[in-house]
Design a protein around this ligand. Sequence first.
Ligand code: ATP
Length: 354
Amino acid sequence: MSRLGIEGVTKSFGRTVAVDGVSLDVGHGEFLVLLGPSGCGKSTLLRMIAGLTPLSAGRIRLDDTDITHTPPRDRDLAMVFQSYALYPHLSVARNIGFPLRARRRTRPEIRGRVAEVAEVLDLGELLERRPRELSGGQRQRVALGRALVRDPGAFLMDEPLSNLDAKLRSSTRAELTGLHRRLGSTFVYVTHDQVEAMTMATRIALLNAGRLEQVGTPAEVYDEPASVFVAGFLGSPPMNLMDARIVSRNGELRAVAQDIDVPLGIAGELPPRDVVLGVRPEHLAPAATPMLRAQVRMVENLGSDEVAHCTVGSAAVSLRGPRPLGMSTGDALGLGVAPHHIHLFDRAGGRRLT
Ligand code: ATP
């Protein structure tokens, strides 16, 4: 396992800046997930680490070696693609052994190593099959096997689960987490799927338009989003975000707007300022002393939970809780939130204030 250092890495394609000055350290044995919406630069960053896309600026180090200009095959890294990129005419065994044949290892060594990897990935019965004779999940394991066989310093994975159906994706997530734990290797994993990120990552790096918005453990990015962007990206539904003004009333600070009057539990005086008030849907509940006045537009049944989609003033606000919530379309509700579940962001820059 290796440590990966990404220092001020930038990539421009003509006028498009796909990755913009990203610096990030990936520690020994970490499972780092690069997360963000389509087009935010995740794949480009991963391809630069792999050596498949040259950098416009910055450096990449693997342990103490600068690999910025090292050809991909000489980097001690293995990449797993979304498409798996298996050779259709080769058996599973030969697909897995391919990187070792390319490095001119001896036959007995290759055979032994393929058998070991097949054991780890439970592919022993399938070694003579061709890729077309495998299910999507099995192909995905063969692609992993081909990466594993070299015992690389780090694994790079670009949305490796996106071709699997929902059920298989969920079981493969658990398998990958187990594999990471057993191998103790460094993983860098690209996805736009927040569930994959939250369940597998030791740390998440959230990208927005080529820039790093926040790096932290899943709990840190969920519980203390560093910006409006992160708050609005994570969660299902994501955090409710409402424009409000902070004012002092009787020595206490409150966030106020149309149908909003939320005591912040902070004593003090300050000139009024514009903020974005953030509250997660699961932290809102009907309250005897209402802080938000909501109109229910629609209630959605998710099976175990329900989501009530409401309006508060001019903002769309959702509330999530165990089914039944006991709310119907057209209801007028008074909602409350505990002070420690209130998030405040600067209106101008979108950064977290508290
Ligand atoms: P997705 O989840 O859709 O794969 P992504 O976050 O991986 O998106 P990238 O594929 O890294 O995003 O693309 C980042 C930006 O760079 C996009 O605007 C994309 O159009 C642009 N881009 C990527 N590769 C190239 C290329 N070879 N030539 C020109 N522009 C590119």
